[in-house]
Design a protein around this ligand. Sequence first.
Ligand SMILES: [Fe+2]
Length: 165
Amino acid sequence: MTIDSTEDLFVDGLKHAYYTEQRLVDALEELEGTSTSEELKSGFAEHREETKNQIDRLETVFEHVDASPEGEEDPVVEGMIEAHEEFVDKDPSDEALDRFNIAAGQKSEHYEIAVYGNLIPMADQLGMDDAADTLEETLREEQDELEALSEMGEQFDYGELEVSE
Ligand SMILES: [Fe+2]
């Protein structure tokens, strides 16, 4: 398929976003499962639910361009998942893994913010105001999640970890 218009670029970007969000539903479960801090676990669980809504939103955006929802493998999200698996294989302490998981979540949010930050102006250029608004909702959730994770990272106390039963 040749990509030579804003609409082509937009649809290509949507496919990558759709794939990425689907992979992140599983990745967030993994982050939740490998975290020890209750605050961190519930944060990942909550964002996992938001991510499912983000997938639904992308499906409505596909409708705006008369395309059926379809994912295209995204090597960036695959690389992030692989980096996490490699770290877990190093047999880190609970605290180290919690701190790594915060950073892993932040990296994914930064990536998603860049993805949506590009899709939104393209939707605007294509005159798709509703699609742009829909994507904005998701962008705001990603920004809020990044902020929450950044706070947890800044306040991370290696000596006073809240350990779940
Ligand atoms: Fe997301």
